[in-house]
Write a protein that binds this ligand. Structure first.
Ligand code: G3I
Length: 349
């Protein structure tokens, strides 16, 4: 079957992947072929983050981001920018003055205006949309006490969107966050975005990161958030991957510890993913994509957070020694059974 994800889903929603440095520079021909044929949208996994693209106050580093944009243009893909303002991977200098003290609100706003405007101007007309602010809300629904929050104040998210809207009125602007199936977080994000929209600030939609596991969140929980957030505009499933590993400290079931050669408590599947777990992964992807198809009128894009298991951020996280299997293509760069299943979902209607 020569059907690809991009082809099967072209009348439904965009199918994307996050690209790392090796993929942007096409260092592996097999993986490059997967990206070109299976996906029609790309996002930068790391190269547009603040510390990468603007490592010191004196200047920007454009090489990798330029290559990323050129790759998307060449293959006629919807290019997504990630991310303009995030508490993580942001260099210290941004928040400090020459004396080493925190800068004040006006100075930080000025620096962020320079950062956001410079990047958005450079890629104007080439980026479909930007994750303007990433992960500003905590799982309990309170605002993250980041440096941005502490220095700028409660309205910091709003200020970032004001800047972005001015810098490129034609690019879509998104708020992006994880664990959005948690009701308290979903409602807080809903209120945050709605509050901005009511003030006339443009937020085109919300990115629901999809860093999920085999068990959670449930399809119903995910659906409730998807439907609720769709009230605000576009919904993007932005960072989809499914860990098959237990969270550290979780007890392994007897079944799991008997079905595999036990390596260490965090990495039970080091040598080979057992068939039962592999089947669960296939089923999990099927259930998620069936949900996405059910709500395709609300979903603009589904983006995988990576291409093959060989280069997923899930390996060695949250501690070293983990080997995970969260993506749709395996370490040998072959499509997993989930790919054909996901494709066949579009052919049954
Ligand atoms: O490339 C350098 C390498 O030169 C260096 O030797 C090595 C030593 O630490 O680090 C390498 O960079 C790492 C980079 O990933 C590439 O592998 C960084 O340390 C590491 O922090 C970075 O992690 C990324 C993480 O965000 C933090 O920025 C992951 O790749 C990336 O998948 C992850 O993505 C985030 C999203 O942006 C936001 N949502 C959550 C998601 C998962 O954490």
């Amino acid at each position: 079957n020569s059907a690809t994800l991009a082809h099967a889903y072209e009348d439904h929603f965009l199918i994307g992947a996050a690209l790392n440095e090796d993929q942007i520079y096409q260092r592996n021909a097999e993986i490059d072929a997967i990206i070109r044929t299976q996906f029609n949208s790309i996002v930068a996994e790391n190269c547009m983050k603040f510390e990468r693209i603007h490592p010191n106050q004196g200047g920007f580093f454009w090489d990798e981001a330029d290559a990323f944009i050129a790759y998307g243009e060449k293959h006629d893909m919807a290019v997504i920018g990630h991310t303009l303002a995030w508490h993580s991977q942001t260099p210290e200098w941004l928040f400090l003055n020459d004396e080493g003290d925190n800068v004040g609100r006006e100075e930080l706003l000025k620096r962020m205006e320079h950062h956001i405007t410079t990047i958005m101007h450079r890629y104007k007309g080439k980026v479909k949309g930007w994750d303007v602010v990433n992960e500003a809300v905590l799982d309990d629904g309170t605002m993250r006490q980041s440096k941005f929050y502490q220095i700028i104040g409660e309205d910091w998210v709003e200020q970032m969107f004001r800047i972005a809207q001015k810098a490129d009125p034609d690019a879509e602007l998104y708020y992006n966050d994880y664990s959005m199936a948690i009701p308290a977080k979903r409602e807080a994000v809903h209120a945050l975005v709605k509050g901005m929209q009511e003030k006339g600030i443009r937020v085109d939609g919300v990115g629901m990161q999809g860093h999920i596991s085999l068990e959670g969140p449930t399809i119903d929980e995910y659906e409730a958030s998807l439907v609720r957030l769709a009230e605000l505009g576009l919904v993007m499933i932005t960072e989809l991957d499914v860990t098959v590993l237990p969270w550290p400290g979780t007890e392994l079931t007897a079944e799991v510890s008997m079905s595999v050669e036990f390596q260490n408590e965090f990495n039970p599947y080091k040598d080979k993913l057992p068939a039962d777990v592999s089947n669960q992964l296939t089923q999990r992807y099927k259930d998620m994509f069936a949900l996405f198809l059910k709500h395709e009128d609300k979903i603009d894009r589904v983006t995988m957070w990576g291409v093959t298991d060989g280069a997923t951020w899930r390996n060695d996280w949250p501690m070293e020694g983990r080997t995970d299997y969260p993506l749709l293509f395996d370490r040998a760069n072959k499509a997993k059974p989930a790919v054909a299943e996901i494709i066949s979902l579009t052919q049954s209607d």
